[in-house]
Design a protein around this ligand. Structure first.
Ligand code: GTP
Ligand code: MG
Length: 151
C-alpha cells in the first residue's frame, strides 16, 4: 500500500486542533505509520518546497513553514495519496469545498494549513526528508480486516 507524507502547520491554524486533522484520516481508514512535531529550519523548508523555488511566493512560503511547529506524519492505505489530497482540498482555501480540511479550516492560500505529497515519487522523497527509516512503524491495525476484508 502506498504511503504519503502530510504535514500540518499548527501554530497559525486558528484554534485548529491536531486531533481534528488526524481524525479525518483515521476515520477514512488510513493507517498512521509515523508522526512527530518539529520546527523546520528555513533551509529545511527550502528543501521541502525545492520544486517551487522559481515561484514568487517561494520565500514567504518557506518563512511560513519554518515559523513554528509542524506536525509531520505518514499515512498508509489504498489510494491514500490521491484521496488524502481530496481530504485536504484545493490549494486555495477560497476554492476548496466545505468538508475538506482547507475548506473548513483555512482562508488564505499562503496559510493553507496542510501539505500533502502529490504522487508516489514525491511521497517517497518527502518521507525520506522528514523521517529517519526507524521512525516509520510497521504494524497491523485491528481495523484493517474490517476495512479491506480478507484479501
Ligand atoms: P501542497 O500540498 O502544500 O504542496 O499544496 P498543493 O499541492 O495544493 O499546491 P502547490 O504544490 O502548487 O503549492 C504549494 C504551496 O504553495 C501551497 O500549499 C500554498 O501554501 C503555496 N501556494 C501555492 N500557490 C500560491 C499562490 O498563488 N500564492 C501564495 N502566497 N502561495 C501559494
Ligand atoms: Mg504540492
Amino acid at each position: 500500500l502506498p504511503a504519503a507524507a502530510f504535514m500540518l502547520q499548527e501554530q497559525e491554524a486558528h484554534a485548529t486542533e491536531i486531533s481534528e486533522i488526524l481524525s479525518r484520516f483515521e476515520r477514512k481508514g488510513f493507517k498512521l505509520v509515523a508522526i512527530k512535531i518539529v520546527v523546520p529550519s528555513k533551509d529545511f523548508a527550502q528543501k521541502h518546497y525545492h520544486d517551487l523555488k522559481e515561484r514568487p511566493f517561494f520565500n514567504g512560503l518557506c518563512d511560513f513553514l519554518s515559523s513554528g511547529p509542524v506536525v509531520a506524519m505518514v499515512w498508509e492505505g489504498e489510494g491514500v495519496i490521491k484521496y488524502g489530497r481530496k481530504l485536504i482540498g484545493a490549494t486555495d482555501p477560497q476554492k476548496s469545498e466545505p468538508g475538506t480540511i482547507r475548506g473548513d479550516l483555512a482562508v488564505v492560500v499562503g496559510r493553507n494549513i496542510i501539505h500533502g505529497s502529490d504522487g508516489p515519487e514525491t511521497a517517497k522523497d518527502e518521507i525520506k526528508l522528514w523521517f529517519k527509516p526507524e521512525e516509520l512503524v510497521t504494524y497491523t491495525s485491528n481495523a484493517e480486516k474490517w476495512i479491506y476484508g480478507d484479501n
